[in-house]
Design a protein around this ligand. Structure first.
Ligand SMILES: Nc1ncnc2c1ncn2[C@@H]1O[C@H](COP(=O)(O)OP(=O)(O)OP(=O)(O)O)[C@@H](O)[C@H]1O
Length: 391
């Protein structure tokens, strides 16, 4: 091969390499340009936001037939305004917060519904459908709740006549999954009362700065829906013993608790609103909650004993297709330490095992496998709860 040929091959390899490098550079720069373009758009839109005039917040009071609405601006008079064509008219409702343009002449935006989070963490059931007979192993507790909640709601005159005051609030305490919520719902059903279910831990978290207002709203609703039962689950989230109130979060929880106490104190024992609270941690509750006239009737809802477990199992088994091998007494003996919720899960699990085994009826063998499975699940959960899990 001549020197000349060798040189020209070398030159063409070098050129190819240079082209590849240049192409790579172009690609990188194109990507940079794209990202700079995005950044530019972001800053442009931020600048627009800063320069745009502020809107006026208002609440809708009425919707007129001609398509205009009456609003009350949060700091001013009532106004009759038009609704901008960009707004979905069907989303405008009385009581909804909207934004008016700067001149205050038209609704230009419908704002997030303020009540949304409240509604989400508060369930209102006009008539729950849990009955006393759906609850197993709590006969004595049911009896007590009937006397102190159901009877005063149904027959207040009886108490007036005899001159006795029933408790305004009762506290159900005991381990998770033992039927506290069920019991509260059942009293509401049997007393023909509305059931307002609030989870205290949720509103302590969700309503930063608004806990006290939410408590007020809950009780206002309870009065409107009376006869009613306000069920406050996990009350320890707002009713734990006072800590040193160093942080604003602690002060907030404290304000929520004070409002709750004020609401309870505002009721008369024979008003047709009753408060049932529930906790797994009675040991940490603020004694202020347990003073006479507040939650002064404490009812323990323990894990079911063997008789209780039999009763609960019977409730669930009667709805299931089981064969003759299934022995309730034996199952109750094998499930020491199980809560009502665990027993319900056991029945469901046994059903799944039967399905997996192509069986159209549930047998004792299915139950035994389900117990094994649930026991090991419970065990690993306990380990995790105690923080003993190795990672
Ligand atoms: N005593 C019981 N009888 C029948 N079913 C029960 C019983 N206890 C619990 N269950 C079943 O377990 C489910 C959960 O129970 P529930 O919510 O009432 O427990 P809880 O004590 O309120 O628990 P938590 O403290 O976790 O809120 C119920 O919906 C029901 O299916």
């Amino acid at each position: 091969m001549s020197d000349e040929l060798e040189y020209s091959r070398d030159a063409s390899v070098t050129d190819e390499h240079a082209v590849r490098i240049l192409e790579e550079k172009i690609r990188t720069m194109q990507m940079e340009a794209e990202s700079l373009r995005k950044e530019l758009n972001y800053y442009k839109s931020e600048m627009e936001k800063l320069l745009s005039p502020p809107l006026i917040e208002a609440i809708v009071l009425d919707i007129l037939e001609d398509g205009r609405v009456v609003v009350k601006s949060t700091s001013g008079p009532n106004l009759v305004v038009n609704v901008s064509g960009t707004v979905d008219f069907s989303s405008i409702k009385v009581g909804r917060y909207v934004a008016l343009n700067q001149r205050g002449s038209a609704v230009v935006e419908v704002l997030r519904d303020r009540d949304d989070p409240l509604v989400r963490s508060m369930e209102v059931v006009e008539r729950p459908n849990v009955r006393y007979q759906d609850i197993g192993g709590l006969d004595q507790q049911i009896q007590e709740v009937r006397e102190v909640v159901e009877l005063p709601l149904k027959k207040p005159e009886l108490f007036k006549e005899l001159g006795i005051t029933p408790p305004k609030g009762i506290l159900l305490y005991g381990p998770p999954g033992t039927g506290k919520t069920m019991l509260a719902k059942a009293v509401a059903t049997e007393s023909n009362a509305s059931f307002i279910h609030v989870v205290a831990s949720e509103f302590a978290q969700k309503f930063v700065g608004e806990g006290a207002r939410v408590v007020r709203d809950v009780f206002e609703l309870a009065r409107k829906k009376a006869p009613s039962i306000v069920f406050i689950d996990e009350i320890d989230a707002i009713g734990a013993k006072r800590v040193d109130l160093g942080t604003s979060g602690e002060r907030e929880v404290q304000r929520t608790l004070m409002q709750l106490l004020a609401e309870i104190d505002g009721f008369q024992p024979l008003d047709n609103v009753k408060i049932i609270a529930a906790t797994n941690r009675i040991d940490i509750l603020d004694p202020a909650l347990l003073r006479p006239g507040r939650f002064d009737r404490l009812i323990e809802i323990p894990l079911p004993n063997i008789e209780g477990r039999k009763q609960i199992l019977r409730i669930y088994l009667q709805k299931m297709k089981v064969d003759n091998s299934v022995n309730v007494d034996e199952l109750a003996m094998m499930t020491e330490g199980f809560s009502g919720a665990d027993l319900r899960n056991l029945c469901t699990e046994a059903g799944y095992i039967a399905i997996r085994n192509d069986s159209n009826v549930i047998s004792m063998t299915h139950f035994k496998s389900a117990i094994e499975r649930l026991r090991s699940k419970k065990l690993s959960k306990e380990v995790v709860d105690r923080g003993e899990k190795y990672v």
